[in-house]
Design a protein around this ligand. Structure first.
Ligand SMILES: [Zn+2]
Length: 380
């Protein structure tokens, strides 16, 4: 797919018009949550109303009725957006978007309560996929074996956090992940791993796999890093997806997502707009089941293994998946006592046993979570 990078910086001055008929678009960005989902985020000084018009199946525009939009930000096409054009027509500025043709697009538009942010979520569908979903739902209901996707964080060119004793996060996550898969398969579960070697699937690849195999549970495995106070900060954290205002959780999510803190802020806003309560409810239960058993099994090897709690943060890999999803931060790679044990194979196996046990308990207690695919509300 050829994507021309067009940078449009329009500063439109209209000398005669009154200040009130000008709206200022201060920032614009496209955040792609998966290959089929793009979020277009407009930051205005303030808008009261907007118009959204579909011209055909892949051409649409937004405008603020009867207002000139002063644009002081680059508008760069990305994801499934191929072109962006700005025109003044009938006294208003229209921002046109051309999507990749040949697909169906579904839109969800949210204007934030404070009237600053307009978020347009565009989801791409294959044309025939729109029809088959009823059949697909029946098949999923009949399927008895739950599908579990284990995602060892980082890999390949991305080592993740680097710690004491030459430890690299990517190696620890892979070895724990393999043990988890081993324990679950032994108990008869269907397990997929996002990687089984030292390779680098992108975050979007990982999400895509989970959705393709219709995962019922998604667990991403990571190792934490303390930017400050590494001698004191240690222990286990299990995260589920949600917005947060906690600075440390935001820093962690930024690091794990490979994003800047300001991009994380945008992700936080998006999550607010598409918050999916069923998925979050189940993810929270899954997180506490896994947390509980990781501590029980972990402490059998590492007696002073600390639990820092079940927490929430906007992690990329947890946004796009359509099933209960959590992210495990097993310990701090640069804390001396955590690092000694993270290096130890027996401890890794104990953690893996805890993760597997937590997943199994969750699946047994929450049959509804795989009888009724949660993905539907994300598709909205
Ligand atoms: Zn990580």
């Amino acid at each position: 797919m050829l994507k021309a990078i067009i940078t449009l910086v329009f500063v439109l001055f209209t000398l005669n018009s009154e200040a009130s008929s000008i709206v200022h678009l201060k920032r614009f960005g496209i955040l792609s949550l998966s290959p089929s989902i793009d979020n277009l985020i407009f930051t205005f000084d303030r808008i009261d109303r907007y118009r959204f018009i579909m011209l055909n199946d892949h051409y649409w525009y937004v405008a603020v009725p009867e207002k000139i939009i002063r644009i002081t930000t680059p508008m760069i096409p990305k994801g499934n957006v191929e072109r962006i054009l700005v025109r003044i027509i009938k006294g208003e500025t229209r921002i046109f978007f051309k999507m990749e043709p040949g697909f169906k697009y579904k839109f969800r538009i949210v204007l934030s309560k404070n009237h600053h942010f307009l978020i347009i979520r565009v989801e791409k569908h294959e044309k025939e996929n729109l029809v088959k979903s009823t059949f697909e739902r029946k098949v999923t209901k009949l399927k008895s074996k739950p599908v579990i996707v284990i995602d060892p964080g980082h890999g390949g060119k991305d080592p993740g956090a680097m710690g004491l004793f030459g430890l690299k996060e990517k190696n620890i996550t892979l070895s724990i992940g393999k043990y988890v898969a081993y324990f679950l398969k032994k108990d008869g579960y269907k397990v997929y791993m996002t990687r089984t070697r030292d390779t680098y699937p992108t975050l979007a690849d990982r999400v895509r796999l989970a959705n393709r195999v219709k995962a019922n549970v998604f667990v991403s495995i990571h190792v934490n890093y303390a930017p400050r106070d590494r001698l004191r900060v240690k222990g286990l954290e299990v995260y589920f997806l949600n917005t947060t205002s906690d600075k440390r959780a935001l820093e962690l999510a930024a690091r794990e997502n490979g994003m800047s803190l300001s991009q994380i802020g945008d992700l936080n806003k998006i999550i607010l707009s598409l918050i999916q309560t069923t998925k979050i409810k189940y993810s929270k239960v899954l997180a506490s089941d896994i947390y509980r058993y990781m501590l029980i099994y972990g402490k059998q090897v590492y007696r002073s293994y600390v639990g820092k709690g079940v927490r929430q943060a906007p992690f990329y890999v947890l946004v796009g998946t359509r099933c209960p999803s959590v992210l495990v931060e097993t310990g701090f790679i640069n804390n001396p006592s955590d690092a000694i044990f993270l290096r130890n194979d027996r401890f890794r196996r104990a953690l893996a046993r805890g993760i597997a046990k937590g997943i199994e308990v969750f699946l047994k207690d929450n049959r509804i979570s795989f009888a009724e695919p949660l993905g539907r509300s994300l598709k909205s």
